[in-house]
Write a protein that binds this ligand. Sequence first.
Ligand SMILES: N[C@@H](CCC(=O)N[C@@H](CS)C(=O)NCC(=O)O)C(=O)O
Length: 202
Amino acid sequence: MKLFYSKGACSLSTHIIINELGIKCEFEAVNLGTKVTEKGTDFYTINPKGAVPTLQLDNGELITENLVIQQYLVDTHKNNLCPSIGEIKRYHVLEWLSFGASDLHKSFTPFFAYKMAEPALPDIFLTILKGKLNILEKQLADRDYIAGKHFTLPDAYIFVCLRWLGVAKLTLADWPNLSNYFDRIKERPAVIQSMKEEGLIT
Ligand SMILES: N[C@@H](CCC(=O)N[C@@H](CS)C(=O)NCC(=O)O)C(=O)O
């Protein structure tokens, strides 16, 4: 299979899950500004939505939407990243994956969009983002990972979003549980491997 990704974007969470599962995969970078892939293909001809991650299966079929791609990956590979279909624990894991992909991720969107713009972004966007971080901070008060004792799908997604805090001029200093959580995840071999493969660390 092949993952279309952009360096450090939300597709890094899919990349991490692929490596956590030990799946053999090709990676092709997409320039989200020009929508051209590193092989020179117009990305819109691959995914008309122009968004990463996009997964291409070996038979050529495409899957888009991060939450769906990640569920496809765990449902087709032996894993301990997401409980089985029908187990109540699965839906608690997916609750946090959804929170990561919608509430948390999309709270960053105004900061990326307005990075270069004047006047400055209204304070309400910072208040909204901090509210999401506070929810995570509280959830992590009595657990090492967001859905319990073990690393599961949403931990990769939340980790990736926490890497973006700088765009909102925030650091994890005000969220000690989140800060420890971030440090714990960044040491995982699959996370280190994925960050190296995207050229984020050496
Ligand atoms: N609905 C998509 C959204 C993913 C998304 O926001 N991807 C960003 C990168 S983090 C992107 O490709 N943005 C480019 C664009 O939408 O033009 C999903 O859940 O996979």
